[in-house]
Design a protein around this ligand. Structure first.
Ligand code: DQA
Length: 148
């Protein structure tokens, strides 16, 4: 089983970017934790970070060989119909994650255009949002009886 982990704009700055909001963990550390968890689960993870909306759309379109997508669309969560449409078009099970709790922040962050095409969303647990998201995606795909 293979999962694609997509990180949106500015997430390459994690560690130094607004640590009071996003913590001090770096993107490399998040990816390392995900790799460890994937090893425990017996699956593979590929990673891609980009600051560009079009590159995220292309990565989603090219994900046909993978079983699931774990995505933090970052600011594009709140703006990108193109990313939502790409997720919807490929139909690959997807979980949306956020480090911060977007519902406790500015009102413009309260709307996610991408969550409605995801299985679900995990928001507010820092690095654990990604780890919980990967577990949720794995469980969803491997536990057919729980699908709705
Ligand atoms: C974020 C939340 C977004 O609102 C913000 O634009 C980000 C990061 C998060 O992980 O908390 O860049 O997706």
């Amino acid at each position: 089983m293979r999962f694609l982990v997509l990180h949106g704009p500015n997430l390459n700055l994690l560690g130094k970017r607004e640590p009071q909001v996003y913590g001090t963990v770096t993107l490399a550390e998040i990816n390392h934790s995900l790799e460890q968890l994937a090893g425990e689960l017996g699956c593979f993870v590929d990673f891609f970070q980009t600051n560009s909306e079009g590159s995220l759309v292309s990565a989603i379109q090219e994900a046909s060989g993978c079983d699931g997508i774990l995505i933090n669309p970052a600011a594009y969560t709140h703006t990108s119909i193109a990313i939502r449409d790409a997720l919807s078009a490929v139909g690959i099970p997807c979980v949306e994650v956020h480090l911060s709790n977007i519902y406790r922040r500015e009102s413009f962050r309260h709307t996610s255009l991408t969550a409605p095409v995801a299985i679900g969303q995990i928001s507010g647990f820092g690095r654990d949002s990604y780890l919980l998201g990967l577990r949720a995606l794995f469980n969803y795909i491997t536990t057919v009886s729980c699908r709705t």
